[in-house]
Design a protein around this ligand. Structure first.
Ligand code: AMP
Ligand code: GLY
Length: 407
């Protein structure tokens, strides 16, 4: 088969790498890709939102299957566009992409089906939201409705701070709506699932480390470390998450969603699990560690998800624990410099390229989350020790990473 993967980050690197191992895959293209992916795929110089060009390319190259990485093209309806052109593509359609593109849409769904989630109210203007915040219980969470590259959620410690965020949401981000939500303090967990015509097939649980500094301090990031499986989950918590998955599945069926693609359920565990959010794509940096652990052929799983023949038993994982640590540019998630030369010594570990490019024959940094080192082990401790030993083989000017991932 000829495959086209759309995207350029660590998530797409991991997907391309995994698909390249499938006997069903003859040739992989990636648009626009990054420097590291050349090992597995041919780089195509088309951006993720150049839909006409992508369709033309897929037709000319007779692509058998396109796999979409990021959320923006899904929300724009890339799946509908490809299908209207008679092309085969894996991802949710525009209608179902609202589960990520609109926090309010998802909140309404969760409440309608009585699915455990934090209490919230939606507002369409500044004044009503301000009035509500006056009696708010702090900390409180403010979520801009829309896609803001992971920068639309704010946790306000007090009333004054909440007004600053309110201003930012309506005036800087220019969101039409805002969800104000009760703050939940607990452990986060990511349940990434394949969804085949409304039926949910969970992959292994993973944890994303979101804060930039050790001990979960500092600003929220896109995710700077990950772990799978999550060995601190209790039986009872797993049971409750499974119930939530079933409720979501029933909701999809009842709403006639015909949901096919990926569903990422972001959960917070306090006294019980609460759904924080849905994403309609693989989580990054969670999927990188999940795919290291996966024994099944991802391409085969995708094809079965699409044609409705997938079984939970098809999704197999090994018994190891995997830890991933993201190597960031100095200053991330704030301002950072690019074009720093990356020195890489080969070793017995997985290096995921997230934001790298080639310049004058060298690999240089090209974003905030530059690369990710993943190691496996029989235990969390073993994987952790291994990953931190292996990071010594990578270096670039200003390289920063957390020292406590999976501790
Ligand atoms: P979201 O995009 O809704 O997942 O929000 C991004 C991140 O903000 C989450 O992964 C959490 O770390 C945090 N967050 C979101 N909602 C809440 C909440 N109700 N309580 C505490 N933290 C939250
Ligand atoms: N790691 C969380 C996300 O991909 O949104």
């Amino acid at each position: 088969m000829k495959i086209l993967v759309i995207g350029s980050g660590g998530r797409e690197y991991a997907v391309v790498k995994k698909i390249s191992q499938s006997p069903l895959s003859d040739k992989i293209y990636v648009a626009p890709g990054n420097a590291g992916m050349k090992k597995y795929a041919e780089i195509v110089n088309i951006n993720v939102d150049e839909y006409d060009k992508l369709v033309k390319f897929a037709k000319e190259e007779k692509i058998d299957l396109t796999v979409v990485g990021p959320e923006n093209p899904l929300a724009d309806g890339i799946v509908d566009i490809f299908e209207d052109n008679g092309l085969v593509i894996f991802g949710v359609n525009k209608k179902n992409a609202q589960f990520e593109a609109s926090k309010d849409f998802t909140k309404k769904f969760l409440n309608k089906y009585n699915i455990s989630t934090a209490k919230s109210e939606t507002f369409t203007n500044y004044d009503d939201a301000k009035k509500y915040l006056l009696d708010g219980e702090f900390p409180i969470v403010l979520k801009a409705d829309g896609l803001f590259m992971g920068k639309g959620v704010f946790i306000a410690k007090n009333y004054k701070e909440s007004l600053n965020y309110l201003d930012k949401i309506f005036n800087e981000l220019k969101a039409d709506k805002l969800v104000i939500e009760q703050y939940l303090n607990g452990k986060e967990i990511s349940s990434i699932c394949l969804v085949s015509h409304n039926k949910i097939f969970p992959l292994e649980f993973a944890r994303d480390y979101k804060k930039i500094y050790d001990n979960d301090l500092g600003e929220n990031t896109g995710g700077v470390g990950s772990l799978t499986p999550v060995d601190d989950l209790k039986e009872d918590e797993i049971k409750k998450i499974k119930e939530i998955q079933k409720q979501i599945e029933n909701g999809f069926i009842n709403e006639n969603c015909d949901y096919t693609g990926i569903l990422f359920i972001g959960l917070m565990l306090t006294d019980k699990p609460y759904v924080l959010e849905f994403n309609v794509r693989f989580g990054d940096p969670e999927i990188e560690v999940i795919l290291e652990k996966m024994k099944s052929d991802l391409l085969e799983l995708i094809l079965k998800t699409m044609d409705g023949t997938l079984n939970q038993d098809d999704i197999l994982f090994d018994n190891n624990t995997y830890v991933g640590v993201v190597l960031c540019s100095k200053g991330y998630p704030g301002k950072y410099e690019k074009n720093k030369v990356i020195e890489i010594k080969d070793g017995n570990y997985t290096l995921i390229h997230s934001a790298t490019k080639e310049k004058d024959g060298e690999i240089v940094t090209n974003g905030g989350r530059v690369a990710m080192v993943i190691s496996g082990g029989k235990t969390r401790q073993e994987a952790r020790e291994e990953v931190y030993k292996n990071i010594k083989d990578i270096n670039f000017d200003g390289m920063y990473f957390r020292k406590d991932i999976a501790k």
